[in-house]
Design a binder for this molecule. Structure first.
Ligand code: ADP
Ligand code: ZN
Length: 210
């Protein structure tokens, strides 16, 4: 099954994706994770995108489209995939339509006030990627992941100015994709405000998986 997860930052797309990987045995492809790994490894791609990502802007369409086109050519996507964070612009969606056929676009709906609360407290494990929250779900020892012992840090783009910019970018450049896919007929709406277990139940219902 070929899926796209669409929604504002902090909607929990990555968190649900981990559960859906388990359920459907398909890979989770997060352009944000790929960029962050490239930044950490200081590759050419990483050096190119570091500044724009930390400020909360979008990486250019050509770079991003090429990255995804290449990734979707790997054999592990033969049985499907979850694209998380791509497409984020209309040109990206048009490009994707040329090289892949989507089954569903899952639209995670969340108001700005909740986005800001979630992102401003988000703490991420450097080792396993788990998302903690300083107020709602803190690790028992500050700065240390309960799941794997890794270091828990604040993403550079979770600083207040970058959060504001990411939300603006989302509403202006990415939200138009909701109408774009609704018109194509494969959009599924999910309320992203409950806990991940409840979201998973709604997700399965919406995709007729249970
Ligand atoms: P979020 O938590 O905002 O959903 P992601 O982890 O998906 O963040 O992405 C982090 C950053 O990576 C984005 O703010 C953007 O700079 C860059 N990025 C990720 N995916 C794309 C894309 N499809 N197009 C352009 N930039 C992207
Ligand atoms: Zn961890």
């Amino acid at each position: 099954m070929n899926l796209v997860f669409l929604g504002p930052p902090g909607a929990g797309k990555g968190t649900l994706a981990i559960r859906v990987v388990d359920l459907l045995k398909i890979p989770h492809i997060s352009t944000g994770n790929i960029f962050r790994e490239a930044i950490a490894a200081k590759t050419r791609l990483g050096l190119k995108v570091k500044e724009i990502i930390e400020s909360g802007g979008l990486v250019d369409d050509i770079t991003t489209i090429e990255l995804v086109r290449e990734r979707l050519g790997h054999s592990d996507t033969a049985g499907g995939y979850i694209l998380d964070g791509f497409p984020r612009t209309i040109p990206q969606a048009d490009a994707l339509a040329v090289f892949s056929k989507l089954d569903y676009v899952v639209n995670f709906d969340l108001p700005d006030t909740i986005v800001i609360d979630r992102l401003s407290g988000r703490r991420v494990c450097r080792k396993c990627g788990f998302n903690w929250h300083a107020a709602f779900n803190p690790p028992s020892k500050e700065g240390l992941c309960d799941k794997c012992g890794g270091e828990v840090y604040i993403r550079d783009d979770d600083k207040p100015e970058s959060i504001k910019k990411r939300l603006e970018v989302y509403r202006s450049q990415t939200e138009p994709l909701i109408a774009y896919y609704r018109e194509k007929g494969n959009l599924v709406d999910i309320d992203a405000s409950p806990q991940v277990d409840a979201i998973l139940v709604n997700f399965k219902k919406a995709l007729k998986l249970s």
